[in-house]
Design a protein around this ligand. Structure first.
Ligand SMILES: Nc1ncnc2c1ncn2[C@@H]1O[C@H](COP(=O)(O)OP(=O)(O)OP(=O)(O)O)[C@@H](O)[C@H]1O
Length: 675
């Protein structure tokens, strides 16, 4: 939380200069009238027209926070929530965390004075667990709703319900053109029905904002390429040598491609004459700490061109000053859940037109720009209009758990914007049931199910953590550290000089035969013992900021548990090395099995793994202890598909008996399939 200073600062009209040049400025009065009159306003506008930064300012100025209520603006991604909050705070001349703040998972930069709060959509959903009617807000703006992120879809459904109960709440949905009518239809009452005296016609309205800040010229390749990373490097070099100066933003699909691109680029730069304008390459992907992500917003040093190489996380709502050129590979890594196999895979697929437009729109925000699409124009014409809704391709267990906790027991007939396939819901219910979160009545079990819903962790990890406190496992202290490290999503280690060998060597120093979770635990412990030292992290190829983040996450998780009245035994569990004759390391692995039994695999003679049902071959990620070592059975906490191979990360060796013990029903019901 930020400090509570600045309590009585009035709205500062002299600082309030709604960037008069932004297209949205002309629609200010119309927008405010619509928001005042209609419960729901759908705003459609070009990228950079001012929706995200200006609408909250207009509403603030119009008195929507006068009675102590707040305005919330949701974003699908952390980087958008944090950077836009910083921008709006700057525009209003207030320190970030005061009148304008942000809140993302494990990071709350708001105070009692906060009036405009940028949040990730998932976080606002979580807030509903404690404040189901979101009473503290007068306006909720769901930004980038056309992206159809899982959380924003669910949020829209819940907001529709809240609006039926609160006639003082206003919902603003910002969307790309194509989806606007659909959103309006979703919210408005049926023909002949009235809500708070309002009929279909006077319940909601679409406002279109014409025009954009600066022009963006789009260029295409004449022929398709079969190596867009290489083409991206070519494009960067050609901009660097032939175009007028300006920073470059490149969209690739994932971290590996980003690393490859940076490696290739540094080889090419090495060949250049030293008096040439320098290139500064900066990676950007979700696994970086917030601080590292914010690095991309810093101005490049003199005579230096900044080249940001990013996944789609910089695609929407983000303004990076000085970006003149955007290079778009035309692909995105999309998470898809296969309900039959029960695994999540990451597939690289062509972007949608909406995404391509958003990417191009990262240029032309503070000056005219150019966008180079690494595919022919004919390919653009064939792209899907919008991204396939996440709710129809996701593991729904976390969301179903939250809906159940909100008292929505009939999750099949819930009012979804796009109903998910029933197989996904069934699978989610099945998993929650086997995790012990769901009672036969269809309600959450108490306390396990409700506690799992409250913990900001996915259900399997939540259950693992809750089990860790039970006498049989007695490893809460250790599991708290492991859970905190897992939230770093494989980004504890970093190569300070770019070398993969150095990274492997660093990992090996902490590795233990039992697997990656205990290895992560060792890393955490050693970091804390080092006094959280920066130098120590450097020496061991660890990302200091991420490690500090893990310490903070661990504290927050411990706080949740103490609120539940769950605590480690007074003797630190590390001191109780053997409980009931079971050594600590084994208890930890048994405990992991209690949560991750659905993520079990058996090693084959060639070192790959097969899922319990024998249907899928999995490979240990190179960062795993089991990339080299042998184990018969393992549980894994992360699964991803890269270049046609399914990799599992964070593995621990377990015994088959533990799996059956942990989930007898799960393994029996699926018999024939699973054992
Ligand atoms: N951090 C910043 N630095 C400089 N200018 C900025 C910054 N943030 C916003 N702007 C200016 O404000 C304009 C509007 O930004 P805003 O994010 O409100 O647009 P938007 O309509 O929400 O766009 P999008 O849908 O692409 O996110 C930008 O085009 C840019 O000119």
């Amino acid at each position: 939380m930020a400090d509570d200073e600045d309590t009585d600062v009035p709205l500062i009209p002299e600082l309030y200069k709604p960037a008069a040049l932004l297209p949205i400025a002309q629609l200010r009065d119309q927008l405010l009238y619509t928001i005042e009159t209609f419960p729901v306003t759908i705003v459609v506008g070009e990228t950079g027209s001012g929706k995200t930064t200006q609408i909250p300012r207009f509403c603030l100025d119009a008195g929507w926070c006068a009675d102590g209520k707040q305005i919330a603006v949701t974003q699908p991604r952390r980087i958008a929530a944090t950077s836009v909050a910083a921008r709006v705070a700057e525009e209003l001349g207030t320190p970030l965390g005061q009148r304008v703040g942000y809140s993302i998972r494990f990071e709350d930069v708001t105070s009692a004075n906060t009036q405009v709060k940028f949040v990730t959509d998932g976080l606002l959903l979580r807030e509903m667990l404690v404040d189901p009617l979101l009473n503290r807000y007068s306006i909720i703006m769901v930004d980038e709703a056309h992206e159809r992120s899982l959380s924003s879809d669910i949020l829209l459904s819940l907001l529709k319900k809240v609006l039926r109960k609160r006639d003082d709440l206003r919902v603003v949905v910002s969307s790309a053109t194509l989806e606007a009518e659909r959103f309006l239809d979703f919210f408005t009452p049926d023909e002949g029905e009235k809500v708070h005296g309002k009929s279909k016609e006077d319940y909601g309205k679409i406002i279109s904002i014409e025009g954009r800040t600066h022009p963006v010229e789009i260029q295409y390749l004449l022929e398709p390429t079969n190596n867009y990373v290489e083409r991206a490097v070519d494009a960067i070099m050609s901009i660097h040598t032939s175009e007028s100066p300006g920073d470059i933003l490149v969209f690739l699909t994932g971290r590996e491609e980003i690393d490859d691109c940076i490696d290739m680029l540094s080889d090419r730069i090495a060949d250049q004459s030293p008096n040439h304008q320098k290139l500064l390459t900066l990676p950007l992907y979700a696994g970086l700490s917030t601080e590292d992500q914010m690095f991309i917003f810093q101005k490049a040093p003199p005579h230096t061109t900044k080249v940001i190489i990013s996944t789609n996380i910089a695609e929407a709502s983000v303004t990076i000053d000085h970006i003149v050129y955007v290079i778009d590979c035309g692909y995105v890594k999309l998470r898809t859940y296969d309900a039959n196999l029960g695994i999540e895979t990451l597939n690289i697929i062509p972007v949608s037109k909406a995404s391509a437009t958003q990417r191009a729109g990262r240029a032309g925000r503070t000056r005219p720009g150019k966008c180079f699409r690494l595919y022919p124009k004919t390919v653009f014409a064939q792209l899907e209009e919008a991204t396939f809704p996440e709710i129809q391709r996701s593991n729904l267990a976390p969301v179903v758990l939250q809906l159940l906790n909100l008292g929505i027991t009939n999750v099949v007939r819930f009012d979804y914007l796009s109903p998910p396939p029933s197989s996904l819901i069934t699978r989610a219910l099945d998993l929650l049931h086997s995790l012990g979160a769901l009672a036969p009545t269809g309600h959450l079990t108490k306390p396990l199910g409700t506690r799992m819903a409250e913990l900001p962790l996915e259900p399997m990890l939540a259950r693992t953590l809750l089990c860790a406190a039970t006498p049989a496992f007695s490893c809460l202290d250790e599991m708290l550290s492991i859970a905190a490290m897992l939230t770093l999503q494989g980004n504890a280690f970093v190569s300070h000089d770019g070398g993969k060998k150095q990274l492997d060597a660093a990992r090996r120093k902490f590795a233990v035969a039992e697997g990656d979770h205990l290895t992560l635990y060792n890393v955490y412990e050693a970091f804390v013992k080092s006094g959280m030292s920066v130098a120590w992290c450097r020496e061991h190829s660890l990302n200091h900021k991420n490690m500090v983040k893990a310490v903070s996450v661990r504290k927050q998780l411990a706080h949740y548990l103490s609120r539940f009245g769950v605590a480690a035994s007074p003797l630190s569990s590390s001191d109780v090395l053997r409980v009931g004759g079971t050594p600590l390391a084994e208890r930890i692995r048994r405990c992991l099995t209690a949560g991750f039994f659905a993520h079990a695999a058996r090693m084959k003679s060639d070192g790959s793994f097969t899922t319990v049902d024998g249907k899928t071959t999995l490979w240990a990620h190179p960062s795993s202890v089991f990339f080299h070592r042998k184990a018969e059975w393992v549980v894994y906490t992360e699964i991803m598909e890269t270049r046609g191979k399914v990799y599992v990360r964070d593995l621990s060796a377990v015994e088959m008996e533990w799996l059956v013990e942990a989930a007898p029903e799960y393994y029996r019901v699926r018999d024939g399939g699973r054992r």
